[in-house]
Design a protein around this ligand. Structure first.
Ligand SMILES: *Cc1c(COP(=O)(O)O)cnc(C)c1O
Length: 222
């Protein structure tokens, strides 16, 4: 599906949710995609943030694609790979305090700091994210490092729309309670649903880079 078509779906979802046009940003998940494809499918069509989940891949692509690209990181943070995240503007996946501390230290050397989202765990088999009960304490501790926390990020369980609704609703409520404005939730298969529950950033990969929309019936949810 083209970026134009994905944007049309996003704008339709905003409208259906009674939200202002443009209130949700499309983050193009470029992991695993070659540079040429990223240029063609995304960068040639406008200014959209690109997201990667591996440090080295992000560093290499950032060096090739130039300084205008706004980079986001959406993978698990490993201590020895934080050095690759220098080009990143927003990290969606902070789960523990040491990650923020290590980033704050790295940011000193870089002369600029990324902004952060805290990843919320939703039970299930999902490995990553902070337990919802620990998020308030984690937020305060991360803020004490001097870095800025903008919001929460979550991933809904795959292929279970009802459970996804619950996860999106709970995450939105907790972000509101914590006074956090950004909500990164929704992927190729569930972003229209996430928009109904207040997503401000949707992370779309496969749908943007695959040619056959029939492979994603779930994207029609919502
Ligand atoms: C890969 C990935 C996405 C994009 O998923 P698609 O199903 O390809 O749209 C979003 N968020 C995270 C954290 C990812 O790892």
């Amino acid at each position: 599906m083209s970026l134009t078509e994905v944007l049309e779906r996003l704008r339709a979802a905003e409208q259906q949710a009674g939200r202002p046009t443009g209130s949700v940003r499309l983050v193009a998940v470029s992991k695993g995609q070659p540079l040429e494809r990223i240029r063609e499918q995304v960068l040639a069509r406008g200014h959209f943030p690109l997201a990667e989940n591996r440090g080295q891949e992000l560093r290499d692509k950032a060096a090739q694609l130039g300084p205008e690209v706004e980079w986001h990181f959406i993978g698990p943070l490993q201590r020895n790979k934080i050095k690759y995240l220098r080009p990143v503007r927003l990290i969606h996946t902070i789960e523990t305090l040491w990650q923020a501390e290590a980033l704050a230290e790295a940011a000193h050397g870089w002369g600029h700091a990324p902004e952060l989202l805290l990843q919320r765990h939703n039970g299930e088999a999902q490995k990553h994210g902070s337990d919802p009960h620990e998020l308030p304490g984690l937020l305060r501790a991360v803020q004490d490092t001097g870095l800025t926390v903008r919001g929460l990020m979550t991933m809904a369980p795959y292929g279970d729309p009802q459970r996804a609704e619950q996860v999106f609703a709970d995450t939105a409520r907790q972000a509101h309670d914590l006074g956090l404005g950004e909500l990164s939730m929704g992927m190729s298969d569930d972003f229209p649903l996430a928009v109904q529950y207040g997503a401000t950033l949707v992370r779309v990969g496969r749908l943007l880079f695959e040619d056959d929309p029939a492979a994603h019936p779930g994207a029609l949810i919502g």
